[in-house]
Write a protein that binds this ligand. Sequence first.
Ligand code: G3P
Ligand code: MG
Length: 347
Amino acid sequence: TRSLQTQASRRQLDTPLAFAFDIDGVLLRGETALPAAKRALAKLEGDNPMNVKIPYILITNGGGMGEEERCRKLTSQLGFDIQSTQYVQSHTVLKSVVRKYAQEDVLVLGGKRDEVRKIAEGYGFQKVYTTLDVMAWNPSVWPFHELSHEEHASTKKVDFSSTPISAVFVFHDPRNWALDVQVLCDVVQSGGVIGGPYLPIEEQLKSGPELVFCNPDLLWRSDFERPRLGQGAFREAFSAVYQSLTGKRYPYVQYGKPTEATYKFAEKVLVDRLEALSGVRPSVSPEVYMVGDNPESDIAGANGAGWSSVLVRTGVYDPEQGPPTHKPTYIAEDVEEAVDWAIKREM
Ligand code: G3P
Ligand code: MG
């Protein structure tokens, strides 16, 4: 296989070609790699008409696991070496904002037990609490859940009556929506002091704790026949309860595909990856083909970033439901057809 330099020199007058792949519904269904995914990646690893390596990154609204650990798992599932330098998950972008909160008391939601706390601490958050810590502090916060032995073992000893929460980060999909909606309502109505008096609604909305979501997906495709509810559905559940309580929607910051912040972050990861592979920092932005299964996150985001977008039929998008809500450059059966079409178009 000729080196990437060959591709760089071949395209030195043009822009470097690169791919960005969504994961769930494109490369994986649940824990299993789609056969088309392995064939598609083989083509980018050199098995293509020009015999060159074509760089690619993975961008997922998934999360709940450290980047290094997830990449080891993806390497084993996909059969190709996936480096954390080519991987962007829902909460990776928080690495670029952590400085503002490093000394603040923050609540993190999502994932199992204290896995997300460990990820947040790895990013540089120093005072990180979970809703299980809240239950360990006062089980009457939510009378319908009893901490399991493993859950209790994952908790920190905190007195939340004297530990006001400054910000809440929903890193990944909450496992106990009822407990998490209850604690979230306590935090935002009482200026961060769980169990404290409710502040006037104007104060709640103007100066309450910051609320940050990392994945807007209402739906995503796992290995069940129909799409599953994602973190965006949790956000809507919380917002509906808060609106019923107060008549207002609590303001929040949204990261994840299709937000501009995530795509700008991903473009930087991609350019760093191109430089690492070829030893040359591209002088112009790469020609990027994003392959995704969800028009709302993958196609909308790629179109907004000025990338070419390919929608596949192996995930959330169902042609029976009518045309996609965001128009892709091309619609393909699966990720292998998407890669074949893009390479033919570019080479
Ligand atoms: O939780 C993961 C899901 O929301 C979507 O993942 O890889 O299709 O962006 P992905
Ligand atoms: Mg997907």
